[in-house]
Design a protein around this ligand. Structure first.
Ligand code: SAH
Length: 436
């Protein structure tokens, strides 16, 4: 197979990012935006030894699940990847994807329950991080640093568009230049917006705090409804969005949210699940899987601001949470205090190091970032030998790898339940219960 060849072919599989996969001349050809079951014309854009990438030229026989994307920049923006299919197709893809990863990476052939739909599939994101460059304000296109300028987004809260509008106008009127990563010059790098039940927080990442007319800008944002406005200073040559220093311009440095009957306060640099309504269902499910009777010691590893542990604390004897980000641990401790929870304790450090010194647990909850759990951590979990492990994962590939390890340590997989936490994107969350 060579670059620039064209084929008419059937899509017989899906890739990890929801793209269609065809088999041509015994090679897997990945075709973004093609759906399972479709007959399509593809143009080969890259041919490697065992697989190739094709561009969708024409849909000859469309899938009954094909839909018209609602967003005008869908085919350019790297934010969403499933707007060209209906929601049933998306949920089925997510269920299948988890099942494929477990088989292919983990060698685990087990039932995967149907992915639980999100209560909202549009404007569900409670956090938006918008890049600011000479090309405008928006998100990057897939696998690139090309910005797609846009005024609205189908999955962000509607208030984000208005906030971005105000900041665009402010930059124009006051001649405030965007940051340029090549020359390391300019002022505004990013806009971080969090919208929770306690209101909206706007945090503008800048190279330094010397900006004109900040009072007017703040006033406008507050008039629009912002509960908190702050600057974040980041003058490093880095892709990391938030720097360490925050300068409050208005309101509190933390934002409130309520999940179930617990109230949480969140700092801008603390992790917080981005789909609030689905999070409540996910946490309830995860805690119910733990089968708590009130006598258990529960470890909540990778605990963030303590959400899962605090949810579980009502049904357990004692909860110990471990988290690496200091501010998040401070949030977790304050959240326990504010909710009158006295049987939960939170420790700061790497879970893989701290876990060695905190004794035994009956239940271990694991909720690592995309890269999954450290090998050292899984080994220590084996020594602690909890009866039940509940693993919450946002990456089916690392989940499958870690489940394989835990299987080798004598655990069997009891339930695999995907949750759609990120509608219209290829990302999928998954809750797994393991028993010793
Ligand atoms: N359980 C929380 C957070 C999950 S996200 C919730 O549902 O909100 C994963 C968390 O792991 C993040 O807060 C991140 O800061 C933290 N983290 C990343 N690496 C870690 C490590 N090695 N040890 C402990 N925490 C870590």
């Amino acid at each position: 197979m060579k670059k620039n060849q064209q084929f008419i072919t059937e899509i017989t599989g899906t890739g990890s990012q929801g793209e269609g996969v065809a088999r041509i001349e015994n090679m897997a050809v990945f075709v973004p935006y093609a759906l399972l079951g479709e007959t399509v014309k593809v143009h080969i854009v890259k041919a490697l030894k065992n697989y190739a990438y094709g561009k969708l030229i024409e849909v000859i026989k469309p899938s009954p699940h094909r839909t018209e994307p609602k967003c005008s920049v869908f085919y350019k923006c790297g934010g969403c990847s499933m707007q060209h299919a209906d929601y049933r197709y998306e949920l089925q893809f997510k269920t299948n994807h988890v099942s494929d990863c477990l088989k292919r990476i983990g060698g685990i052939d087990t039932e995967v329950l149907p992915c639980i739909p999100s209560p909202e599939t549009e404007h569900y994101r409670n956090k938006g991080q918008f890049a600011v460059t000479k090309d405008g304000i928006g998100f990057y296109s897939q696998r690139s640093h090309n910005l797609v300028d846009s005024n609205s987004c189908l999955i962000q809260k509607e208030i984000c568009s208005e906030i971005i509008g105000i900041i665009r106008e402010y930059m124009k009127t006051n001649n405030v230049p965007p940051y340029d990563e090549e020359t390391h010059t300019g002022k505004i790098r990013n806009i971080f917006i969090r919208h929770l039940s306690g209101g909206t927080m706007v945090c503008i990442t800048v190279t330094d705090e010397n900006l004109p007319n900040l009072t007017d800008l703040t006033k406008e944002l507050v008039t629009l409804g912002a509960a908190s406005v702050m600057l974040n200073i980041n003058n490093k040559r880095t892709n990391v969005q938030l720097g360490e220093q925050f300068i409050p311009l208005y309101g509190d440095e933390t934002l409130k949210d309520t999940i179930g009957d617990i109230e949480f306060k969140v700092s801008p640099n603390s992790f917080y699940q981005i789909n609030s309504k689905q999070t409540e269902q996910l946490y309830k499910y995860a805690v119910s899987l733990a089968g708590l009777t009130g006598n258990e010691t529960v470890f909540d590893l990778y605990c963030g601001i303590g959400t899962i542990g605090l949810f579980a604390s009502k049904y357990a004897k004692k909860v110990i949470g471990v988290e690496i980000v200091e501010k998040a641990v401070e949030n977790a401790r304050n959240n326990a205090l504010a909710n009158g929870i006295t049987n939960a304790q939170f420790l700061c450090g790497k879970a893989e190091d701290v876990i060695k010194d905190i004794g035994k647990a009956d239940v271990v909850m694991l909720d690592p970032p995309r890269k999954g759990c450290d090998d050292k951590l899984l080994k220590t979990v084996k020594e602690i030998a909890p009866k039940t492990i509940v693993y919450i994962s946002c990456n089916p590939a690392t989940l499958a790898r870690d489940l394989k390890t835990l299987k080798g340590y004598g655990y069997c997989i009891d339930t695999v339940q995907p949750f759609d936490m990120f509608p219209r994107t290829f990302h999928v969350e998954c809750v797994v219960k393991l028993q010793r």
